[in-house]
Design a protein around this ligand. Structure first.
Ligand SMILES: O=P(O)(O)OC[C@H]1O[C@H](OP(=O)(O)OP(=O)(O)O)[C@H](O)[C@@H]1O
Ligand SMILES: Nc1ncnc2[nH]cnc12
Length: 174
């Protein structure tokens, strides 16, 4: 893990109580996106452990898109968009899941990258793991492999890592 990325996330992130619903401690990473040096450090650190093992980076709508696209641009890679239901026009597959404060469905285009592509899955936050579990299933159902999972911030108390049952590279914890 890059110390400067972890330091920047710790310094810039903020916790907002009772958002989006009562009892949720919401970790807001928008200040990390707004800080050019922090965004550059995070973009590098998300991909660093997987250097040479990744063909594409996948990001989860919506906050994951920003980090995935920044990480892809910083590493000369293209992006696969994993979108909330009803937004993708082409041939697609879907997975429904529960997250810390609700339920949703994710979709991905099946025809946008070659079979067997190694896809690094990037998101901003790992909480219960519902979102990344569904996203990883989509990648595998599409015929690609999950090259790794990288998140900017993990909330270990919510048990997402164990629920996922997959290796996760987390730049910071809350
Ligand atoms: O580990 P989990 O419990 O699944 O929670 C993590 C997910 O929750 C947030 O997404 P959200 O659905 O709120 O979407 P947003 O990025 O559009 O705000 C966050 O961006 C992660 O994708
Ligand atoms: N507590 C939390 N803060 C920010 N994003 C989240 N996604 C799921 N749980 C979250």
């Amino acid at each position: 893990m890059s110390a400067s990325a972890a330091d920047a996330i710790g310094t810039l992130s903020r916790v907002i109580a009772d958002f989006p619903s009562p009892g949720i401690q919401f970790v807001d990473l928008t200040p990390v996106l707004a800080d050019a040096d922090a965004l550059a450090a995070v973009s590098t650190a998300l991909v660093e452990p997987f250097a040479g093992q990744v063909d594409y980076i996948a990001g989860v709508e919506a906050r994951g898109f920003a980090f995935a696209a920044a990480a892809a641009a910083a590493n000369g890679l293209g992006v696969v968009l994993i979108r909330k239901a009803g937004k993708l026009p082409g041939e697609r597959i879907a997975e429904s899941y529960a997250l810390e404060y609700g339920e949703a469905t994710l979709e991905v285009h099946t025809d946008q990258v070659p079979a067997g592509s190694r896809v690094l899955l990037v998101d901003d936050v790992l909480a219960t793991g519902g979102t990344l579990g569904a996203a990883a299933s989509l990648i595998e159902r599409a015929g690609w492999t999950v090259a790794g999972i990288s998140v900017v911030l993990e909330i270990p108390a919510l048990g997402g890592r164990a629920a996922l049952g997959r290796e996760v590279h987390a730049l910071s914890t809350y």
